[in-house]
Design a protein around this ligand. Structure first.
Ligand SMILES: *[C@@H]1O[C@H](CO)[C@@H](O)[C@H](O)[C@H]1NC(C)=O
Ligand SMILES: *[C@@H]1O[C@H](CO)[C@@H](O)[C@H](O)[C@H]1NC(C)=O
Length: 475
């Protein structure tokens, strides 16, 4: 019984109350609902502009109904219960509607609502946006706008200089009942980094920056782009250093000019919207902030800062060791990591050393005495839960240690060999000298007694020829 009264009360008030208003934009589907009347035996009539004006529709409790088929109502009306549905309402359909149920007459005013956002195309942060929400009626309902964070922003007409936080759905609220949502697109340069950008000395180095879709280079040009450049603020132990300008984009030739050589390469075609910087491998001195900036003629400046951290493995005393040496491996980005990130070692297969993992932020590993099994590829991964952000690698070469005794033996052996060689050389040298002297002796004799010496005996086949020549010389 109580429930019944609760439902009935508003109905009774409406019946005797003021004219009801319904707000709609052109093109919307509208439902005009009369107050609920609890009566099973009735006729419902809808008329337009006057109580006895054009009859738009009627229905009765026996299931009979009819809607007007005259312009501008043709194919627009339907009745469902007592309610009148208007499909895709047009400017000529706005006005006052009367609904007669039994002997009671209710009026509903359908008011045209104009909602617009200008400009309609995507905006860059800093550009102006104008939002308008007005009604075409002498009756002025309360109107206000809500931004995407549901904060109240002025009345019917609002002008704002947008920030990236204004990206999203704006809502116009009319008379606290009607809400119209309007999407607004505001995009700065991409990416919007949440985490620092992690890379390593063993990975490709890339600092991302791009003009996000739906923007194209052509649109950026139309907006009056004046300057595009990259800056680098190296990280040092004392915080951030002064800026280094790395590259400037020549807007005429759309080519990059290198200002400060750091062995980086900008993406080849800025027209694609990609402005990233790359190198084959990261370096420890790449740590720092990279700022990609775009300046416009109207004073608008867009920038995007990418904070880069570089993971590195350091080996003490170095990557080349002898068995039995102590080894310290350190893997870090040079500063403490956020608590949700972990470093994890992956050792060579045969390396069974438990090692000592001192703390999770620097991942220090101490092996008191390395063996040849510890040689190979060591990988240090930086993980965020199940996702690997980056990894660094180092290859250790471990040679068997050579003892002092072995060295002495090897040296002695070498010495003996050298001594033997020396002796051999000496003997050979002596023999050769003796032979030469003997030969020269013979030759001298040849010159003196050309014709008399039987020299030909020793030089077997050419003996005759030589003798002949000598004879001619003698002449
Ligand atoms: C980036 O833009 C912001 C806001 O426009 C500005 O305050 C800041 O100085 C800019 N940073 C650089 C490095 O130009
Ligand atoms: C390894 O680290 C320990 C502890 O810091 C240090 O005492 C030792 O000298 C280091 N060894 C090498 C080879 O760097």
């Amino acid at each position: 019984m109580e429930k019944f009264v609760l439902i009935l009360l508003p109905a009774l008030i409406s019946t005797s109350g003021a004219k009801k208003s319904v707000y709609a934009q052109v093109g919307e589907d509208v439902v005009l609902k009369p107050p609920v009347i609890d009566s099973s035996n009735r006729y419902v009539y809808w008329t337009f502009q006057k109580e006895d004006g054009l009859e738009l529709a009627w229905s009765n409790h026996l299931g009979g109904k009819k809607v007007a088929e005259v312009e501008p109502w043709k194919d627009k009306l339907t009745m469902s219960g007592d309610s009148l549905f208007i499909k895709k309402v047009q400017p000529e359909n706005f006005g006052t509607f009367f609904c007669k149920i039994q002997s009671e007459i209710h009026s509903i005013e359908l008011i045209k609502l104009d909602v617009s956002v200008s400009p309609a195309h995507p905006l860059l942060p800093g550009e102006s946006l104008s939002l308008s929400c007005t009604v075409d009626s002498p009756k002025k309902p309360a109107i206000h706008w809500l931004n995407p964070r549901r904060e109240k922003k002025g009345q019917g007409t609002v002008a704002v200089r947008v920030t990236s936080q204004d990206n999203g759905m704006w809502t116009c609220v009319v008379a606290e009942e009607k809400q119209v949502e309007m999407p607004v697109k505001v995009t700065g340069l991409s990416p919007t980094p949440v985490l620092p950008h992690y890379t390593s000395t063993s990975s490709r180095f890339a600092v991302p920056c791009s003009i996000p879709p739906p923007f194209t280079w052509e649109q950026i040009k139309t907006k009056g782009v004046q300057e595009v450049h990259w800056q680098f603020f190296p990280a040092t132990s004392s915080g951030l250093n002064s800026a280094q300008r790395l590259f400037s984009l020549s807007l005429d030739s759309l080519s990059w000019k290198e200002d400060q050589p750091r062995d980086l390469r900008p993406a080849s075609d800025p027209k694609t919207g990609n402005l990233e910087l790359t190198r084959k491998l990261g370096r420890v001195d790449d740590r720092g902030d990279y700022v990609c900036t775009m300046k416009f003629k109207n004073g608008l400046t867009l920038n995007r800062t990418v904070h880069v951290e570089v993971l590195q493995i350091a080996s003490s005393p170095g990557p080349h060791l002898l068995t039995g040496q102590q080894l310290n491996l350190t893997c870090s980005v040079g500063q403490p990591l956020p608590s949700d990130l972990q470093l994890q070692w992956n050792r060579p297969k045969r390396s069974a050393q438990p090692g000592q993992n001192s703390d999770q932020h620097t991942a220090r590993l101490t092996i008191p005495e390395v063996s040849t099994d510890d040689g190979g590829l060591w990988v240090c991964g930086l993980w965020q839960g199940e996702k690997q952000l980056t990894s660094a690698v180092i290859t250790l070469t471990i040679d068997p240690k050579v003892s002092v005794w072995t060295l002495v033996m090897a040296c002695s052996a070498a010495a003996v060999v050298i001594l033997l060689l020396l002796i051999l050389a000496l003997v050979l040298h002596r023999r050769r000298r003796r032979k030469m002297r003997h030969l020269r002796h013979q030759l001298c004799r040849c010159k003196k007694y050309v014709l008399t010496i039987s020299w030909t005996d020793e030089m077997a086949p050419n003996a005759h020829l030589h003798s002949l020549t000598l004879i001619r010389v003698g002449n």
